[in-house]
Ligand binder design. Sequence first.
Ligand code: FAD
Length: 422
Amino acid sequence: MKVIVIGAGLGGLLSAAKLSGSGYEVEVFERLPMTGGRFTNIDIKGYQLTTGALHMIPHGPTGPLAQLLEEVGADVIIERDEGMAFMRIFEDIENNIYEDVPFGKFGKTFSLWNRIKLALFMITTRKNPPKDCSFAEWLSRNFDTPLAYQMADSFCGWALSLKAADVPAEEVFEIFENLYRYGGPGVPIGGCKAVTDALADVVRSNGGTMYTDKEVSEIIIKDGKASGVIIDGQKYPADLVISNIGHNFTHDLCKDVDISEEHQQYLDRIKVTKPSAGVKICLAANEPLIGHGGVLFTPSARLVNGINEVTNIDPDLAPQGKHLVMAHQTTQWERTPYLEDEIDLGIKDLEEIFAGKDFEVLLTQSYYNGWPVNRSSSGSDIGNTTPIEGLYVVGDGAKGKGGIEVEGVALGVRNTMKLILD
Ligand code: FAD
């Protein structure tokens, strides 16, 4: 059986590694000159910046991605800093008086009544997670403190690049359940590139072939079944096609399709899946700015949702003695024409948060349209199958339920592999 994978991002590479190790003949076609997609490094002045992700794996060495990497034989070390996440709560912003409260203890800043409600919900929502409302709506029904919304926006902005009002409550509670189940974030030693390079090595050592600078222009469909791709006018036949580019772009490559009623329903569903947009600000620091390898959530900031300092876990991600600090902020889709303003405000946030510290802005990056934070915003994923037999979609345009970012990519790949291999 021959499989063609469109795109050498994390989703494509995980699928290619698993299938090539299961006896399939695998060819991966990537349109860029390098593999890794939004999960690889860019070297700037000796700092290992990235094409997308913040060098962070949401459930660290024990989550779905780590498990899948181990299963396919990818040699990656993921380290977790115990303590993992803090909320910076300001008592007095003007005078820079704050406390970094451990993530699991954020309720201590609430009133007694809100603390009692929080303790109760922590038990009841695990059995009966709320449904049919956004996370923000659920909060507004149950808590009367603005800090709860700020914290929720900070968490959803960092983890999903969305506002709490844009995420279904059900998805957020599934994410909390996964945090209980798998634990908090970790950093791959060597950064994102170490992960995608290790996967590319597995594909090659299993006999698979990887092509770069090869853009797929069409998926060949014969008798309702995917049977190969076209690149530069040349046909490449296959028994299965796995697309790493999201449902919408995949559909655009399917030129000769008979639109049945079932297919029309699929098109209606994918039309409403919206990518999530965001801005990343990378800082070069001459001293530690946050001092740990986890996440610093920033609920009081104007736009910045959270910050990490991965050099506390892997010092080689920056020149000797320096620190790489990355801040993320979600961008509402309607604000994408005003990205310069969003970036300026993000930098102002960082100047205030790190007032008096020795750092400079190394690079600002914005993510939307064809190179977003997530191809399908969390909670709007529609699964990995398509109405076309033998055509599957993987990656962050088809994440598994409750999977934050690359953990969702791994869960989606696992679902797809079950469909193909079982
Ligand atoms: P991609 O990486 O986009 O791969 C798709 C590949 O397909 C690309 O290489 C593309 O060039 C190629 N391609 C497209 N069209 C074609 C074609 N026609 N023919 C051939 N090839 C094609 N996740 C985390 O878990 N932790 C984080 O800290 C984190 N932070 C993030 C911060 C930012 C600012 C961003 C943008 C993302 C972040 N993410 C994070 C999300 C994570 O980076 C993505 O979810 C993940 O990298 C997506 O991988 P993918 O395989 O789905 O897609």
